[in-house]
Design a protein around this ligand. Sequence first.
Ligand SMILES: Cc1ncc(COP(=O)(O)O)c(C=O)c1O
Length: 495
Amino acid sequence: MRTSLLSDWLAQRLDKASVEPSYRQLQRLLREAILAHELPAGRKLPSSRMLATELGIARNTVIQVYEQLAVEGYLLAGTGSGTFVADSSPDQQMLGSAAAAPASSDSGEHLSQRGQRLIASAGVSRRQWGAFVPGVADVTRFPAAIWSRLQARHMRNPRPELLSYAPPGGHAPLREALADYLRNARSVRCEPEQIIITTGIHQSVDLAVRLLCDPGDAVWTEDPCYWGVRSVMQASGLQLKPIAVDAEGINPSPEDLATPPRMMLVTPSHQYPLGMVMSLARRRMLLEFARQRDCWIIEDDYDSEFRYANRPLMSLQGMDDADRVIYVGSFGKILYPGLRIGYLVVPPALAEPFAVALAELYREGQLLQQAVLSDFIAEGHFSSHIRRMRNVYGSRREILMQEISRHFGDAVSVRGDEAGLHLVATLPGHVDDRQIAQDALAAGIATRPLSSYYNQANAPERGLLLGYACVQDDDIARHFATLARVIEEHLQIHR
Ligand SMILES: Cc1ncc(COP(=O)(O)O)c(C=O)c1O
């Protein structure tokens, strides 16, 4: 664009009626013209007096714009001989091969290989609440009044430490309160220093993997397992080896045992998603194997607070004499998922490196929330909330099981219902549970197909995961009737 044309070009585009001030419009237009090579390097711009007159704006506005664009490197000004477009275009020789990158409309092409794998196997759902989203607590029962009172206490005159970055490992009083709770409720053997406060199990697993594994290391996961931590591990470049489960939990074959992994991830208290408890014999075998073959066990104890028939079981960590178990837990299922506070319990020798790495990698904060949570635990609200919610969820589980049996009798059996926030309604092996889940979603009901938790394409079992915690008692029958109609249609199709 010739300099003489520039004033016309700008005048056509400058909108004096716009809410965007003239100086900002002028800056934007000149920047755009330079970046689009409409104004090449070295081109002289009209003097501020001339441009102001031609555009009918104040000269000061033009001066201000020229000065700002000079500061940003678009223009060269103040040489006495005028204002020029600066040469800011990249040096193609320095960039090496100048072949233009192919334009692509497919976002996948921009991703790394591990990025593409992550997105291709992503399991995260857009629905996080309502009938029958698995694994979500009833957030409407969260004792908000108590929480806000405790929060107000800290907020009235917040200590500077609470508004700063977190110290390595998290807020000390929370680590103490949690150590007490875990020792009593879960038989975890720990001192407060071994507790590392994170944003949840996802982050805990990510940290453990980064510190204890290298890319390419073999890691065992249960098959089926929770898709979220599988994705976290996969994204770290680990070789995941799915190991089948039986009624006693993870069940490695003699061939599996012959090639030990660097790490394994298990859910001993309540296998996710099928719900069985790992037997004592299997626990002892795994601990001995880990000790002899020098591998790590991550114990994901995500929801064991809610057991309906008997007392919560002892953790695997509490039986470990060789410091091979990393215990991970979360407050998401007890309080509310969006709280994003969880923790790891690591062997004493790992406590310092884990605390330092956490602060180094993620620059943790949220100390106010951690302080409120530690008061909430120390003052007994946490235990009462668990007791109250165990009753609430226990009765919802009963109602849902009755509805399943009323609609389907023996045709649909239930498993994994002794604990947690969901159960599995198992379906005949020939039905397509993914299609059922899709059709149910179209009818307004969120479930997850059991087959999507298996590693292999042809899952050995079909079913639906039904979360009962975030559906009010009175709504369960109505929502289940909607779901039952969808299931019936599929069962009839396949009869
Ligand atoms: C087995 C299992 N582990 C971990 C998580 C996630 O925990 P967090 O929300 O603390 O990252 C879930 C969530 O549903 C889960 O089901």
